[in-house]
Design a protein around this ligand. Structure first.
Ligand SMILES: C[S@@+](CC[C@H](N)C(=O)[O-])C[C@H]1O[C@@H](n2cnc3c(N)ncnc32)[C@H](O)[C@@H]1O
Length: 233
């Protein structure tokens, strides 16, 4: 296979991650799976630590790294989350393509391995609101948030560092203050997509007569609508 064949595996989501990490020299790709992102990063001159908890993805990663002759730039490790790293070993850490709750668990278990200057790039496939809530409640700050469309979905990437968040609202969990401030071009589509999902959940819980949940989701919808009207920024 020619190295240009890797272009087949480069997607807008992975390209955005690689672009955001551009300024860091040593990067850890946690949950690397096939190692496509690691290979993209190595091609941009980064030293990469690629790690995965499962033997199958680890083997696949080793195969791909060898296929594209990246052994000198990518160090492959097998193990759980951040526990494969020494403290402060990577300037930037990517945890992408997993559920938000799993990402939160990985950070929680390896928080002691992060330093004040470690940058995290987190890309949840679902449960993004749980992930933001976890970050706010555990001493992290969302510095910026970026959106990318791939196929028919919009994905978010959170750039995170240790920081201070005093209080946070349901709206902050759905759309970080950083995202509301920067309002990238896909913001409106992202907002409307999440609002449609919330409306669907409200309709479902109304049928099931789960009154506690109804209240919670209705309050969330009120916050969405207040934001839309400009009553909250
Ligand atoms: C869907 S793949 C995502 C691959 C890649 N990061 C991406 O964004 O395309 C998720 C990978 O995370 C790995 N994984 C799940 N839990 C993990 C953990 N606790 N530590 C490291 N890797 C984990 C899985 O084995 C799997 O290879």
């Amino acid at each position: 296979m020619r190295s240009s064949d890797l272009l087949c595996h480069s997607t807008p989501r992975l390209e955005l991650l690689a672009d955001l990490i551009q300024e860091y020299n040593t990067v850890a790709d946690i949950g690397c799976d096939h190692a496509y992102l690691s290979i993209l990063l190595a091609r941009r001159g980064k030293r990469v630590i690629a790690s995965d908890v499962a033997q199958g993805p680890h083997d696949k990663a080793r195969e791909n790294i060898a296929r594209f002759s990246m052994e000198s730039s990518i160090e492959l490790r097998l193990g759980d989350g951040l526990l494969t790293l020494e403290r402060g070993e990577a300037e930037a850490i990517v945890i992408a393509g997993m559920g938000g709750l799993l990402i939160a668990d990985i950070i929680s278990a390896g928080k002691h391995l992060l330093t004040e200057s470690t940058r995290l790039f987190l890309q949840p496939m679902r449960a993004d609101e749980d992930l933001r809530a976890f970050l706010y409640a555990n001493g992290f700050e969302i510095l910026s948030e970026h959106l990318v469309r791939e196929d028919r979905r919009i994905y978010t990437v959170l750039e995170v560092q240790f920081g201070k968040t005093d209080r946070f609202s349901v709206l902050d969990c759905a759309f970080s203050p950083a995202l509301r401030k920067s309002r990238p071009p896909l913001f409106e589509d992202y907002f409307n997509w999440k609002k449609r999902i919330l409306a669907g959940i409200i309709a479902e819980t109304a049928q099931a007569e789960k009154s506690g949940l109804q209240q919670e989701f209705a309050e969330k919808m009120q916050a969405y609508e207040a934001f839309e009207k400009g009553e909250i920024i």
